[in-house]
Structure formats: structure tokens, C-alpha cells
Design a binder for this molecule. Structure first.
Ligand code: PGA
Ligand code: ZN
Length: 442
């Protein structure tokens, strides 16, 4: 069982403070580093920040750190939970200790750091890899192991970059690869081809990057972004093997019932929900788009449902993923299922604040034949937890930024490690490929 828990304020990839937890058992010391979003959904669990302090511009997490060391640590240690078999009980206990709906008292960032460290301690105690421990926690099938399609965010807009593009993320998905290792190579080569394309079009000063490592050239229209990808994929020699995805993160530009694509660029239009829906459907006919996340705002249920209903008539309709809409929360997922608002769940552990609750949200999604798309945050750390989570839950796809920058590649590198390890031990391993939405039940 747990003998000590310490916490400290450390930095994330944006240079903002985040919570680091260190938890010790008789098997060793285990860490959890908590990520942080920028386009955060209003229904997410609370990320506790020291807003009344001037340190780090009010973004310190000293209170959250204090909550770990002086409230969570003594209470958990006293309970003598068995980390190997009681992750659910530990997570539920911390939720109770908080006592509020959105983890408003202790902070989801405080609780999640402990939950992640407990999961790692449990795996070590059982002498199994973290992905295997999480698979058992989730009750997921064992063979074959599913390696996910990595969705590389190579063009950054929205609140993640200083260009004028309202859409936040434009991604490459190497569905035509045969392994994660090959997919990473395809993604990295295309990323470099994209840099060349951008340099030629806009000059070398335009190759600066956004928060998730993708380029942020001076473009505004989604079609300009997708045209750049078409050119880069062709240049890299992967036409037909790499498909596209978008996360407009539209809650960020929803204003009084309208979607204002001119939020960073006065020449772009303000669209009605129907107008934006038409724009998406037009893009589906022109580009190989296989996934669309947060096409509409977090409480614009009506438009989500109408878009899904009309989707039945659209040929090759992409997976429609809820992020700010569903916030990895079973109550919001249930509501989305009742309203037939989407058919995919973005899974971000810090939106809900414990590993067990994130697993429950994934299982609810799977039980309604939804896809599950594991995700990093725009403010990340070198923690690679989500790589193991993706393999353990057999989600078949994840997004964790560009194939560049340490905090992003650490996840892709871990996935390649897992693939190598499984293959070396003779396990049955399948790359999800074009079946990424349904790989879970394969
Ligand atoms: P965030 O962005 O981490 O800034 O919220 C990621 C996303 O919207 O998917
Ligand atoms: Zn999103």
C-alpha cells in the first residue's frame, strides 16, 4: 500500500505551472504529471489555479499542491488501500473527499495527479505494464492488441496560435500504415514536407509553430489549410494513405447563436449553424476527412443532432467526436447518446479528474458503438500516460499533437515502444488503420 505522497509545482509545455505527484509504495516511487487545456470546455471538472496571487500571472497551482499533500495524502494513506486492486475505490474515495460535482474543492488537477500515480503503482505491484493494468481495469479484450492510428495536429489555429485561422486543429491520420512505427514515419515525413510547402508559399518566417507543435502559417480559411495538407501528403508520397481530421473547437468562436469565423480575421464570415453545417459537408466532398471534432458549440445540442441526422444521407460521413460537448463525463455522454448528437468521444483524463471515471466514460461510449479518441491537452508535460491508456482501452485512435516537440513525441515514442515490446514477446498486435472507429470490438 501507499507509504507517502508528495506533490510539487512544475511547468507544462506552455510555461505554466502544473501539478506533479510522487507516490511511494514498497515497490518504488511513481509519478503523475497533469496536463492543461486552453480551449477548455465550460462543463469540465475544475482546474484549481491560484487566481488571487500574482505569481505566474495567477496561474500557480500551489493550492492544488497543498490539497494533495495536506488533505488527500493523509486521508489516502490512512485508508491503507491496495493500489493493485483498488484503483476504482481510491478514485471514488478522492471524489468523496472533494464532495462537489466538478471537483471544485480539491481541484481535478490535484486529484488526477494522484490517480495517475496510483495506476502506475498498481501496475508495478502487479508486475505488468501500465497498458495491461489499464486494460484489466477497463475489462477490455486482450488479443489482439490494437495499436492506434496517431492523428498528428500539423496546422494550429484558434486559441493555440497567433495566425488568423478560427479552426483550431488540422490533422493527418496515416490510416494506410501497417504499424504505429510506420505511421509515425509517414506523419513525420509529411510534417517536414509541409514545412517545405509553407516555406515556398509564405517564406521561412511562416514556419513558426503553435501550442501543439503544428505550423501556424498566415491562413484563415479551412480550405487553405486542407489544400496545404493535400500538397504536403503528395510531396511525401502518401496520397491515399493519409487521411485528414479537423477540430474547429467551435465553442471558442460561437457568439450569440452564430459561428464567427472572423474572430481572428475580420474578412472571414459569420455563419449560422446551418451555414457552418453546409461548409463542413462541402469540405467532406472535397477532402478525405475521416473525423470531425467539436463541429458545434458545447451547448448547441440542436445543431449537433440535426447534423448527425442529416449525416445518414452523406456519403463517407466522418466520425463526429464530442469534446467540449461531452467532457469525458458519463452524464454528458449519456445526454449526447439520448440526443444522438455525435458518435465518438474525445477522452481527456483531466476533463474529469480520475483515471477510473475516464475509463467509465470510454466504456459507456463503447457500449453505444461510439468510437473513443484519446487526447492530450494543448498544455502538456513529458508524462506518457495516455499512450498506455490508448492501448489498454483499445481505442484505435489518439491525438497527441505534431510529430515534433518533446511533450508530444514522448507519447508517440512510448506507443512505438509498446508495439516493439508486444511483437518481441510474440503477442498478436494489429494496427487499427482504416478501422480505427470500430477496432475496439475486433
Ligand atoms: P485544449 O485543446 O487542450 O486547449 O482544450 C484540445 C482540444 O480542443 O481538443
Ligand atoms: Zn477539441
Amino acid at each position: 500500500h501507499i507509504t507517502s505522497i508528495t506533490a510539487a509545482q512544475r511547468l507544462d509545455s506552455r510555461g505554466n505551472p502544473t501539478v506533479q505527484v510522487r507516490l511511494t509504495t514498497n515497490k518504488g516511487t511513481f509519478t503523475g504529471l497533469v496536463p492543461s487545456g486552453a480551449s477548455t470546455g465550460i462543463h469540465e471538472a475544475l482546474e484549481l489555479r491560484d487566481t488571487s496571487s500574482t505569481a505566474y500571472g495567477g496561474k500557480g497551482v500551489k493550492q492544488a499542491v497543498h490539497n494533495v499533500t495536506s488533505i488527500i495524502a493523509p486521508a489516502l494513506i490512512e485508508k491503507k488501500f491496495d493500489v493493485e486492486t483498488q484503483l476504482k475505490e481510491i478514485d471514488a474515495f478522492m471524489c468523496e473527499l472533494d464532495g462537489t460535482k466538478g471537483k471544485k474543492k480539491l481541484g481535478a488537477n490535484a486529484i488526477l495527479g494522484v490517480s495517475m500515480a496510483c495506476a502506475r503503482a498498481g501496475a508495478a505491484g502487479l508486475k505488468i505494464p501500465l497498458y495491461e493494468h489499464l486494460r484489466l481495469e477497463a475489462g477490455a479484450l486482450k488479443a489482439p492488441y490494437i495499436m492506434p492510428v496517431p492523428f498528428f495536429n500539423v496546422l494550429n489555429g484558434g486559441v493555440h496560435s497567433g495566425n488568423t485561422m478560427a479552426f483550431q486543429e488540422i490533422m493527418l491520420a496515416p490510416t494506410g500504415a501497417t504499424s504505429i512505427t510506420e505511421a509515425v514515419q509517414m506523419g513525420a515525413e509529411t510534417y517536414h514536407a509541409l514545412k517545405t510547402v509553407i516555406t515556398k508559399k509564405f517564406g521561412p518566417a511562416a514556419t513558426g509553430i503553435g501550442d501543439e507543435g503544428g505550423f501556424a502559417p498566415p491562413i484563415s480559411k479551412p480550405s487553405e489549410a486542407l489544400d496545404l495538407l493535400v500538397e504536403a501528403v503528395e510531396k511525401a508520397g502518401y496520397t491515399g494513405k493519409i487521411q485528414f481530421a479537423m477540430d474547429p473547437a467551435s465553442s471558442e468562436f460561437f457568439r450569440e447563436g452564430q459561428y464567427d469565423l472572423g474572430i481572428k480575421d475580420k474578412t472571414s464570415p459569420k455563419l449560422t449553424p446551418a451555414g457552418l453545417s453546409d461548409l463542413y459537408r462541402e469540405l467532406f466532398t472535397k477532402y478525405p476527412i475521416v473525423l470531425l471534432e467539436d463541429p458545434f458549440a458545447e451547448d448547441d445540442w440542436e445543431t449537433w443532432s440535426a447534423f448527425m441526422a442529416k449525416g445518414k444521407e452523406v456519403k463517407d460521413m466522418p466520425e463526429i467526436v464530442g469534446d467540449d460537448l461531452t467532457v469525458t463525463n458519463v452524464e454528458r455522454v449519456r445526454e449526447a447518446q439520448q440526443k444522438k448528437a455525435c458518435n465518438g468521444l474525445l477522452l481527456k483524463i483531466n476533463q474529469i479528474g480520475t483515471v477510473s471515471e475516464a475509463i467509465a466514460a470510454a466504456n459507456l461510449a463503447f457500449s453505444h458503438s461510439w468510437g473513443v479518441f484519446v487526447s492530450h491537452r494543448s498544455g502538456e508535460t513529458t508524462d506518457d500516460f495516455i499512450a498506455d491508456l490508448t492501448v489498454g482501452l483499445r481505442t484505435g485512435h489518439l491525438k497527441t499533437g505534431a510529430p515534433a516537440r518533446g511533450e508530444r513525441v514522448v507519447k508517440y515514442n512510448r506507443l512505438m515502444d509498446i508495439e516493439d515490446e508486444l511483437k518481441a514477446s510474440g503477442e498478436d498486435v494489429v494496427y487499427a488503420g482504416t478501422e480505427f472507429r470500430t477496432a475496439h470490438s475486433a
